[in-house]
Design a protein around this ligand. Structure first.
Ligand SMILES: CC(C)(COP(=O)(O)OP(=O)(O)OC[C@H]1O[C@@H](n2cnc3c(N)ncnc32)[C@H](O)[C@@H]1OP(=O)(O)O)[C@@H](O)C(=O)NCCC(=O)NCCS
Length: 323
């Protein structure tokens, strides 16, 4: 059986925060942020807008694009998020009830690698026969856990959501290979605390995003090529066959480094970081939809999705685009 993505929708909150706005509150400049990261602006959720609201908006966008029938028969909802509304219920259950779906629902928390992790889990459920149609959402409100006084992190993140439907697709289309991994020894380099006061290794946990930018940069430039190659190999493809790569959008320089290491044409990489920054688990669906809207991803394209981030964790999926 072939499982693929049959539709996608996204949502970005109304409020746009430009680099020039950050110049007013942080010791930073638009020039620094653009040249060091590629980011120009990010969207910020309203005070009373939380991750479930963004997820619901992304599903509404999916329905607006593909028609209401796209939700018919959805029997599992997975939300990848590191910023849930509540410890429980899951954000997925809030989406499930909003749309009146007769579906199981759960969240997975793998930060920026979360959406591609969720795709892997969803595909496995369909192959196993436990589910027929899965709604896989990445939704985040990192603006609520960012330390707005820390220029090292505050400039990098934004809020957003993306939702996709996974189901059986015709032969020759859909997922061909996955690759994933985690290394919790890197927790000290990137984390945001919840109930714990310290990591098991002793480092204090703060209730906001803490990052060692240089270490995460090194990790990202190493693991992104590794994950791309891993997914391509597991798909039985050659790297040269890949037509598009949709990478996590954390820093445009990380994407450039990956294209150099793999000796791949940089134009094969979808880059949309400029207008939405890093949205953690929502980033890849946002970049994917950007690629589709630009006409850069069409039916039959051989696409690799690749995420990395807090965990540390990484994930990649190789798929032939189905519509
Ligand atoms: C965070 C990051 C953009 C910093 O860029 P960089 O070029 O590595 O910058 P450095 O960390 O070497 O810092 C260089 C200087 O810029 C400063 N700086 C950091 N953020 C700044 C900002 N927003 N504005 C101005 N200066 C800034 C630093 O304080 C440092 O100053 P110093 O030399 O006086 O100490 C980069 O390391 C990065 O992208 N890392 C990976 C982040 C990532 O991928 N995170 C998400 C994973 S999902």
């Amino acid at each position: 059986m072939n499982v693929g993505i049959s539709g996608i929708g996204t949502y970005l909150p109304e409020k746009v925060l430009h680099n020039t706005d950050l110049e007013l509150t942080l010791e930073t400049t638009d020039e620094w942020i653009q040249s060091r990261t590629g980011i120009r602006e990010r969207h910020i959720a309203a005070d009373d807008e939380f991750t479930s609201h963004l997820a619901i908006r992304a599903v509404e966008n999916l329905v607006a694009k593909h028609g209401a029938a796209i939700l018919e028969g959805v029997d599992l909802v997975i939300v990848a998020t590191a910023t849930p509304d509540a410890y429980f219920p899951s954000t997925a259950a809030l989406v499930q009830t909003h749309f009146g779906l007769k579906a199981a629902a759960f969240d997975i928390m793998v930060a920026c690698a979360g959406w591609v992790y969720a795709l892997n889990v969803a595909r496995a459920q369909i192959i196993a026969g436990t589910s027929q149609k899965v709604l896989v959402i990445g939704a985040e409100t990192f603006s609520k856990i960012v330390n707005w006084y820390d220029r090292n992190t505050a400039v990098l993140f934004g809020d957003g959501a993306g939702a996709a439907i996974l189901e059986a697709v015709p032969n020759g289309f859909g997922f061909a290979g996955f690759y994933w991994g985690a290394d919790g020894s890197g927790a000290k380099y990137l984390h945001a605390g919840a109930l714990g006061k310290r990591l098991p290794t002793g480092e204090p946990l703060e209730p906001f995003v803490v990052q060692n930018g240089r270490e995460v940069f090194k990790f990202a430039t190493r693991v992104m090529p590794e994950a791309i190659l891993g997914a391509v190999k597991n798909a039985g493809w050659e790297l040269e066959e890949v037509t598009r790569i949709v990478p996590h959008q954390a820093n445009a320089r990380i994407i450039e480094a990956a294209s150099e290491r793999l000796k791949l044409d940089p134009n094969k990489f979808i880059v949309s970081i400029e207008r939405h920054a890093n949205n953690s688990a929502a980033t890849i669906p946002l970049a994917l939809e950007h690629g589709i809207n630009q006409g850069l991803i069409t039916q039959g394209d051989k696409v690799v999705l690749v995420g990395f981030g807090g965990g540390l964790a990484w994930s990649a999926a190789a798929l032939t685009w189905a519509y």
